[in-house]
Write a protein that binds this ligand. Structure first.
Ligand SMILES: C[S@@+](CC[C@H](N)C(=O)[O-])C[C@H]1O[C@@H](n2cnc3c(N)ncnc32)[C@H](O)[C@@H]1O
Length: 383
C-alpha cells in the first residue's frame, strides 16, 4: 500500500531530489518549493531515508485542515486521535513552519500544537507525554501555508544531513545534503578525477566518494524517526539496509583535497579515517595559489570562503587569485565553485558556462561552472 510523502530539501535542489526519488521508484512525484511530494510504501519510505542524498527529511502527512482563525489550530489538532500514535510515557517535539498565515510566530504555533496534543493525551490517558527537543519518540511537523495546515510525522527524526560520519569540522563546513546536491548538479561522473582545493573538513569529497562507491547516504547513521513508530517493522528495515549495502562497490578513487589551513586537513583526515576512504582521497596542506594540478585533467568542485562565516581580508583579491590560478594551471579542468559573494566572483575574470541558483543556509548562492579548455583558444575570459 502506498501513501503520500513529502521530502524536504534545500532551495535549488528540487530537481535533483525529484530525479533521485524517481530513480528509487517513487510514484506521483511533484516538485514544490524546497520540497518534493511523492508516494511510496513502507519499504520505500525506509529506503529513501537510508539512501537519499538530497533530502533533508521525509514527512508523512497525517491530516490537513483549514485555519480561518487562530483557535482552529488548537481545536483541530486536539481532535486527532494522538493516543493511537503515542503513549504518556513517550516524548514529543514539534517543528512548525509558517508562511502567509494568521499567525506571525512559528514558535507560538509549535507551542499551541504541543498544548493541543498534550491536553488530548492527558484527557484520554490520564497523563501527558514529555517534550524532548533533541531525541523525541515522535517528531511532529506542523506546516501552515495561508489557510491550509498539514500535520505530519517526521520519519527521519534528525535531519538527514546528519550522516553520522562527521567526526571533526572546520569553522564553516558545508551541509552534507548541499554537498551531495552540488556533486549531482555538476554532472560529475565517478570515472573523472576530482579535486577540492579548499576542502575544509572534506565534505564535498566524502559525499562524492559515497556516490561513486554507492555507499548509502545513511550508512554511518544509527537512528531515524520511524524506528520509534508503533508500526516500525524491524525485519523490513534490516532487509532494506542489507539490500542497499549489497550495492556498494569497491571502486578505487582518485580524489584530491587541499586546504591552506593545517587544522582543516586534520579534520578531513579524521573524517576520512572514520569513513574508511583514506586510500581514495589524498589530502595535503597547500594554498590554492601554490597548488599544482594533482592530475592532467579532471573536475574541481569547491566551496571557497564567501566572507560571511569565514572572513577574507580582501575578497576581490581572493577571487581574482582563484581565477588567475585556474587560468595559469588548470587548463583541461572543469571547475565548479559555489559562492554567495556575487560581486567578488566577477573578479574570477572567467565567464561561467552555467550559473545555478542554490541556497547555502540563508545565503542565496550561485553554483558556477568554468570550462578551462586546454589548447590555443583557451577559456573565455571576462575583461
Ligand atoms: C567554506 S570553507 C570549506 C568548507 C568545506 N567544504 C567543509 O565542508 O568543511 C573554505 C575553506 O577554504 C580554505 N581556504 C581559504 N583560503 C584558501 C586558499 N587560498 N587556499 C586553500 N584553501 C583556502 C579555508 O581554510 C577553509 O577551510
Amino acid at each position: 500500500m502506498t501513501f503520500p510523502l513529502i521530502a524536504k530539501t534545500i532551495a535549488g535542489l528540487e530537481d535533483v531530489l525529484a530525479r533521485e526519488l524517481d530513480s528509487m521508484g517513487a510514484g506521483d512525484i511533484m516538485k514544490l518549493n524546497r520540497a518534493v511530494s511523492f508516494s511510496a510504501d513502507t519499504e520505500l519510505l525506509y529506503r529513501v531515508n537510508y539512501t537519499c542524498r538530497t533530502a533533508l527529511r521525509i514527512l508523512k502527512p497525517l491530516f490537513h485542515f483549514e485555519i480561518l482563525e487562530q483557535k482552529d489550530l488548537y481545536e483541530q489538532i486536539y481532535e486527532f486521535p494522538w493516543e493511537n500514535y503515542i503513549s504518556a510515557e513517550n516524548s514529543i517535539s514539534i517543528d512548525a513552519v509558517i508562511s502567509y498565515t494568521v499567525f506571525t510566530n512559528s514558535q507560538f504555533v509549535a507551542q499551541r500544537s504541543k498544548d493541543a496534543i498534550v491536553d488530548r493525551l492527558r484527557e484520554k490517558l490520564g497523563s501527558r507525554p514529555s517534550v524532548d527537543l533533541e531525541n523525541p519518540d515522535l517528531k511532529i511537523n506542523v506546516h501552515l501555508f495561508k489557510d491550509a495546515c498539514t500535520v505530519a510525522l517526521d520519519s527521519s527524526g534528525q535531519s538527514l544531513h546528519r550522516r553520522g560520519y562527521r567526526r571533526s569540522t572546520g569553522p564553516a563546513p558545508i551541509n552534507e545534503v548541499l554537498a551531495a546536491g552540488l556533486v549531482k548538479l555538476s554532472e560529475w561522473d565517478p570515472s573523472i578525477p576530482l579535486y577540492d582545493p579548499m576542502c575544509g573538513s572534506g565534505t564535498l569529497l566524502i559525499e562524492a566518494a559515497m556516490v561513486a562507491k554507492n555507499i548509502p547516504a545513511g550508512f554511518f547513521r544509527e537512528l531515524w524517526g520511524f524506528m520509534k513508530w508503533r508500526d516500525f517493522d524491524a525485519d523490513l528495515w534490516e532487509k532494506v539496509k542489507t539490500g542497499c549495502q549489497a550495492l556498494k562497490t569497491d571502486l578505487r578513487l582518485d580524489f584530491f583535497g587541499t586546504d591552506r589551513a593545517e587544522q582543516a586537513i586534520c579534520s578531513a583526515t579524521e573524517n576520512l579515517q572514520f569513513t574508511g576512504l583514506t586510500n581514495d582521497i589524498f589530502l595535503r596542506v597547500c594554498s590554492f595559489e601554490d597548488s599544482e594540478p594533482p592530475f592532467e585533467k579532471g573536475f574541481i568542485i569547491s566551496n571557497p570562503p564567501y566572507d560571511e562565516r569565514l572572513k577574507i581580508e580582501d575578497s576581490l583579491a581572493f577571487y581574482k587569485m582563484i581565477g588567475d590560478t585556474l587560468k595559469r594551471k588548470y587548463a583541461g579542468f572543469t571547475a565548479w565553485l559555489i559562492s554567495s559573494d556575487l560581486e567578488s566572483v566577477k573578479f574570477i575574470g572567467l565567464r561561467p558556462s552555467r550559473r545555478i541558483p542554490v541556497n547555502n543556509g540563508p545565503l542565496e548562492c550561485r553554483f558556477l561552472k568554468f570550462d578551462m579548455f586546454a589548447g590555443k583558444k583557451g577559456f573565455s575570459e571576462v575583461l
